[in-house]
Ligand binder design. Structure first.
Ligand SMILES: [Fe+2]
Length: 160
């Protein structure tokens, strides 16, 4: 996975600055949570890591921004068309779906790669003073004590 390139692209697209709750520190924690969670769920770690960097990079504000998932999905399509993202058809469509729907309340999927993306994002809710509620998490692995405590420790480390 072309992490440095994808990070650079996300940074370049992002307009909310370094202090944003939805910026690079969040992306990096979602990536770390995603790597750990993918080991347990068997998800495609490349899809999850790319999601971590791109899913919020098209946000235009810190609050409600209902279009940002769709804009992130559009960016994924563009990067793929340009040959920057080199994913197989299945992985690409999972990544597009995961980005497009990640901020929709009605989101649903049975695809483990997509669910692992969403759970990795949800496990970083500590940063906005929300304890990840097991009822919101899609995979049993994300609901485990191991992952809840891993994500909390990660957040604590970044706070310092
Ligand atoms: Fe996010």
């Amino acid at each position: 996975m072309q992490r440095d390139l994808i990070y650079k692209i996300a940074k370049n697209e992002f307009i909310l600055g370094d202090e944003s709750l939805h910026g690079e520190e969040h992306w990096s924690r979602v990536e770390k949570i995603g790597i750990y969670l993918s080991e347990l769920t068997g998800a495609d770690v490349d899809v999850v890591r790319i999601f971590a960097y791109l899913h919020d990079c098209k946000r235009e504000n810190e609050m409600e921004d209902p279009g940002h998932g769709e804009r992130a999905a559009e960016l994924v399509k563009k990067l793929s068309a340009e040959g920057v993202l080199q994913l197989g058809e299945k992985s690409l469509s999972e990544l597009i779906y995961a980005c497009y729907h990640h901020n929709k309340k009605s989101k649903s999927s049975e695809n483990i790669n997509i669910l692992t993306c969403w759970d990795s994002d949800a496990l970083d809710l500590w940063r906005i003073d929300i304890v990840p509620d097991p009822n919101w998490l899609n995979t049993k692995e994300a609901r485990s004590r191991k992952l809840i405590s891993f994500s909390y420790k990660l957040f604590e480390k970044y706070k310092k």
